[in-house]
Design a binder for this molecule. Structure first.
Ligand SMILES: C[S@@+](CC[C@H](N)C(=O)[O-])C[C@H]1O[C@@H](n2cnc3c(N)ncnc32)[C@H](O)[C@@H]1O
Length: 339
């Protein structure tokens, strides 16, 4: 197919491919041409020739036939025993793909990265997710394929969030929960989003338009900076007040509000007595915890003891998503009585 292309020395090919891909100019439906020590990379829209990383030319490019498959593992021509180790699932955050791999696949991780890069249509870069750590729940990521930064925009519930998967916590697996909490907010409510990260609860609640004010608190400066960047792009963002502070200094001075969200699944329990005091009479508390599956039925009652039992009742408990073979991330919703 006839199309514009950028001609560069073969030695500059990979740098040019990355440059064009980062600028979203590279066409992936057409193949790259080789010409005597030069490469010609097909581009979407040549734009201003002086800003191109090579000479602008026009060529007949071959059309790339994509393998149609619903499973990235089909793209890897591996022996069955190695294939059996490949995880079925992965996360997509904007144009970033994150996957967790077992140690046995260490030597083949870059092949897996390349397979995911060609499998996920929106993918720009693929990283190995080496888990979250520390109080800020920061993710360690190793690049497996593709290029560019770990910052992206992720679309969820009609909002494009500013996300940096390395500098502030974000999980695409919580989208339904963000929406569920927002749908429960009643007209005129004041809300605290404690441990807000980049603000998915706060922004989804703000977008639904019923809360008058949402205070979003986190101790990670990058999380608050990303929240502010998203907030600025939406008029409803003005209902959110981002607060950069640890709960330890925010909670003692906080007035009571109608609804409080606390999403700090590994450590939240230690803050519950002081969080409970920030929930107004007839208010609600959404509390998240990693709960062993065998404890699901009785856990809500023992959490209530941390809240001050006589004042509270359990309104709901549900699994948000599986966390490990034996535990889930569970949402507990408590209501405070009138007194
Ligand atoms: C699991 S993330 C939750 C993020 C967000 N609520 C969401 O749904 O994506 C926990 C967040 O709590 C913050 N955090 C941890 N300890 C904190 C503390 N003592 N005070 C304030 N924020 C804290 C971390 O920086 C992190 O952003």
């Amino acid at each position: 197919m006839r199309a514009p292309g950028v001609r560069v020395r073969q030695s500059d090919g990979e740098a040019t491919r990355r440059n064009l891909a980062d600028r979203r100019m590279l066409r992936t439906d057409l193949g790259i041409l080789r010409e005597d020590g030069y490469l010609v990379l097909p581009v979407v829209n040549a734009g201003e020739p002086s800003r191109l990383p090579g000479e602008l030319v026009e060529r007949d490019f071959p059309i790339v036939k994509r393998q149609i498959t619903s499973d990235y593992r089909d793209l890897l021509d591996w022996p069955p025993d190695a294939k059996a180790l490949l995880p079925r699932s992965f996360d997509v955050v904007g144009d970033i793909v994150l996957i967790r791999l077992p140690e046995e696949l260490e030597k083949r991780k870059h092949e897996i990265g390349e397979a995911l890069l060609s499998f996920v249509p929106s993918a720009r870069v693929v990283g190995q997710d080496r888990g979250v750590h520390g109080t800020e729940r920061l993710r360690s990521i190793e690049r497996l394929a593709g290029s560019g930064a770990w910052r992206t925009r992720h679309r969820e519930n009609g909002i494009e969030f500013e996300v940096d998967v390395e500098r502030a916590y974000f999980s695409p697996r919580l989208a339904r929960e963000h929406e569920r909490v927002a749908s429960e907010v009643k007209s005129g409510e004041e809300v605290y989003d404690l441990c807000c990260g980049v603000g998915p609860f706060a922004l989804t609640i703000a977008r639904s338009g019923r809360a008058t004010r949402i205070t979003a608190v986190d101790a990670n400066p990058s999380a608050i900076e990303l929240l502010r960047a998203t907030q600025r792009r939406y008029s409803y963002g003005s209902r959110i007040e981002p607060v950069l502070a640890p709960l330890e200094s925010f909670l003692p001075l906080a007035a009571a509000v109608d609804r409080v969200v606390l999403n700090l699944p590994h450590e939240g329990i230690k803050y519950l007595p002081s969080v409970a005091r920030t929930v107004a009479p007839r208010g609600s508390l959404h509390y998240y915890e990693i709960t062993p599956r065998e404890e699901f039925d009785r856990r809500a009652e023992s959490i209530m003891r941390s809240l001050g039992e006589e004042d509270w009742s359990v309104v709901d408990r549900h699994v948000v998503h599986p966390y490990s073979p034996t535990a889930d991330l569970v949402a507990f919703v408590f209501a405070r009585s009138r007194s």
